[in-house]
Write a protein that binds this ligand. Sequence first.
Ligand SMILES: [Zn+2]
Length: 329
Amino acid sequence: MDKTQLYPLRFEPIYQYRLWGGRHLASLLSRPLPGDGPIGEAWVLSDRIDHQSLVANGPLKGHALGQVMAQFSEQLMGKLSSRFSRFPLLLKFLDAREMLSVQIHPSDAHPELIPAGDTAKTEAWVVIEAEKGSHIYAGLKSGTTASSLRQSLGDGTIADHLVSIVPKPGDAVFIPAGTVHTLGNNVVVFEVQQNSDVTFRLYDWDHIDQETKRPRPLQVDQAFACIEFGASDSGLVAPRAETTTPVERERLFDCHAFLLWRVLGQDQFTVGATAEPRVLVGIEGSGQIMHNGTPYAVSKGDIWLLPAEAGECVFQPCGKVTLLEIAIP
Ligand SMILES: [Zn+2]
């Protein structure tokens, strides 16, 4: 198997029950949703010990991402191979039928709040679907203090302290670690984040978990410990145009943990990069990645990991297509 030449990899989604979830992901992902309960998250690329993405195509079908990382580190990660023993990004689709808890993830400034083996978590969202009434909250309004925020938890007015965004498809929202955030009321987003699962709940809108018949636990003190009060670059992002031909390419996110571009076009263009891995996400329309003469079909909701070894590949759109391309800085 060591002689295997890597190729574009597709993974089986890992669906997660969440009390705030819905059934929208059925129309986005090809694998049927389990049961008939609320599914809030599809983990579409995950190198977590407890939730390993499994390769869904080609000779490596059935292999866990962690196994591929260990066995083909150089071929998969290229110039990044010595820096990462596990894949540093966790990618998800979220279907937030109801509001998620108001929550926060720690930054590297709070190592005491990050369990061994985990990391800080900066994340970002690209809105896929939204309805009237959908909501995103990202960051604190200026003037909010620890004491006014704490008081608002008691009287249920926390939303008054949060920067509110009415989302529409295509919106890009940046949530650096240390930002108070939540979203919900029928919004579907693509989420890119550091490979971390550390979340502190500040407030949960009086939700009762139908699986346990109880409210979910809060971690108010830990949450307060990691909130960054004061100015922040969280919230709605203005895309920065980089090229207009042969495709419109705009940069949505550019932080220490990930870079993300949106690519719109209908003429052939290049995806992937020499000596580093890239991830492609189908947002609208369809097309195919060409690699070694083999086409790899991309349509809405598809995620492909392009190994470093694949380098630059030609993308052939079938009509107009919108993709996201993600890199690790
Ligand atoms: Zn979050």
